[in-house]
Ligand binder design. Structure first.
Ligand code: SF4
Length: 352
C-alpha cells in the first residue's frame, strides 16, 4: 500500500537518451528514420522501434557510443558552443564535488561560489519576499477561533488573454494564489494533500466568461469579503475574483440553467440565412466522436434554445448545459454557420 509503480517503454528511453546526448553526427539518422515512417514517436501507438533499429543499421549508428559510454570530463560536448556564462571548469569542479558528496553553499544566502553567471550589475541573485508581504493578514473575524470548515462560493471572470489558460492550468493558478495569500483552506487527506477546490464548469481554451463559480472550503471564522482582495493580488491579468460568500449547506436542486454566449466576429459576418434555416427546421443531426472514438448522432436542435443575430457580426446563443445535453458555442459556429477552424479563431466568444 502507498507504492505507485510507474514505468516507461525502455525503447522510448533509448531514443530519448540518443537525442539528448547525440550530436550533429545524427543528422542523417533523423532523415532516414523519418523516411521509414518514424513520426509522432511520443504517441505510443505511432512509435516504431523496429524502424529506428533499421535506421541505425543503415546509418551505422552505434547507440552505446552516444548513450551509455563513459565520457571523460574534458571531452567536447555538442552544446559547448552555447555560452551560459558558467565556465566548463566550474561545472567539472561541481561534478567532482558531487561524486565526492560535497555540498555547494546556496549563493542566495550571500556567499558567491564564483560560478560566473552574475556580473552583479544587471545579473545577481535576488530573493523576492512579495508573497509574504501580500499575504492576507486579517482575513479572520477578530476573536473567533476556527471550529471547523465552511464552504465558500466564489465567482470570478476569465477575460482577454486569460482565455488561453486551459482548465487544469487555471486550477493550478488558483491553488497557487490561495497558497500565496495564506488563506486557511481545507486540504484533502492522503499522501498528496491538495486544497479542496471544485469548479462548476471546465471552460474550453479560447472561451471567455463574465461569471464562473468555484467552491473552496476554508476555516469557518474567515470573512468572505477579505478573500476577494487576498486572491486578486496574486491572480494574473484576466482572472479576477468578483464575489465571495458562504455556500448554502444543502446542494442546490435547481434544474440546470441554460447558458448565454455572445459571439463577435472580428473580420466577417454571420450568415443570417443559415441561422434562419436552423431556427426553422425541427431536426439538425450532428455526429460527435467520444474519447473512445465511438460516433454518436445528436440532434443539435434539442441543445440550442435560441440563436439570434444582434448585429451582422454578433450572434447571441442560448444553449443547454445539462449532462449529455451540453453543446459549446464553438460547435454551433462550426455546424450551424459552417465556419472553419481558422474562422472560429477570429470569433470572440464570451459566456455571459
Ligand atoms: S552569486 Fe551569481 S556568480 Fe556567484 S555563485 Fe551565485 S549565481 Fe554564480
Amino acid at each position: 500500500p502507498g507504492v505507485r509503480f510507474k514505468w516507461q517503454n525502455p525503447e522510448v528511453s533509448i531514443i530519448e537518451g540518443l537525442w539528448a546526448r547525440g550530436d550533429r553526427r545524427l543528422n542523417r539518422l533523423l532523415v532516414t528514420a523519418y523516411n521509414k515512417g518514424c513520426k509522432f514517436d511520443g504517441w505510443s501507438d505511432k512509435f516504431r522501434y523496429r524502424s529506428w533499429e533499421a535506421s541505425f543499421l543503415d546509418e551505422g549508428v552505434d547507440i552505446d557510443f552516444f548513450t551509455t559510454r563513459v565520457r571523460h570530463a574534458i571531452e567536447p560536448l555538442p552544446w559547448d558552443h552555447i555560452d551560459t556564462m558558467v565556465s566548463k571548469d566550474y561545472l567539472i569542479s561541481e561534478w567532482n564535488k558531487a561524486t565526492d558528496g560535497v555540498y555547494t553553499i546556496d549563493c542566495r544566502n550571500g556567499i558567491c561560489n564564483q560560478c560566473g553567471a552574475c556580473d552583479f550589475e544587471t545579473i545577481e541573485p535576488r530573493v523576492f519576499d512579495d508573497c509574504k508581504e501580500n499575504r492576507v493578514k486579517n482575513f479572520t473575524q477578530d476573536g473567533h477561533k476556527p471550529k471547523g470548515y465552511k464552504k465558500l462560493k466564489i465567482s470570478f471572470s476569465k477575460l482577454d488573454q486569460a482565455k488561453y489558460f486551459g482548465h487544469l492550468e487555471m486550477v493550478k493558478i488558483f491553488i497557487r494564489a490561495i497558497r500565496r495569500s495564506g488563506i486557511p483552506v481545507k486540504y484533502s487527506e492522503g499522501f498528496h494533500p491538495k486544497p479542496l477546490i471544485s469548479f462548476e464548469d471546465a471552460l474550453p481554451i479560447g472561451l471567455e466568461s463574465l461569471n464562473e463559480i468555484f467552491y473552496l472550503s476554508v476555516h469557518d471564522n474567515v470573512k468572505p469579503q477579505t478573500i476577494i482582495n487576498g486572491l486578486n493580488i496574486h491572480l494574473p491579468k484576466g482572472l479576477s475574483i468578483l464575489n465571495c460568500h458562504f455556500a448554502p449547506k444543502k446542494p442546490s436542486n435547481k434544474p440546470f440553467e441554460p447558458v448565454v454566449y455572445m459571439a463577435t466576429s472580428k473580420y466577417g459576418f454571420f450568415d443570417e440565412e443559415k441561422m434562419n434555416h436552423f431556427n426553422m427546421i425541427s431536426e439538425f443531426i450532428i455526429a460527435r466522436c467520444n474519447r473512445k472514438g465511438k460516433i454518436k448522432n445528436l440532434n443539435l436542435k434539442e441543445m440550442v434554445i435560441n440563436l439570434a443575430l444582434l448585429a451582422p457580426n454578433q450572434v447571441r446563443m442560448i444553449l443547454k448545459s445539462e449532462p449529455r445535453q451540453t453543446v459549446r458555442p464553438f460547435e454551433v459556429l462550426e455546424k450551424v454557420f459552417g465556419l472553419s477552424k481558422v474562422e472560429i479563431k477570429q470569433v470572440a466568444v464570451v459566456k455571459q
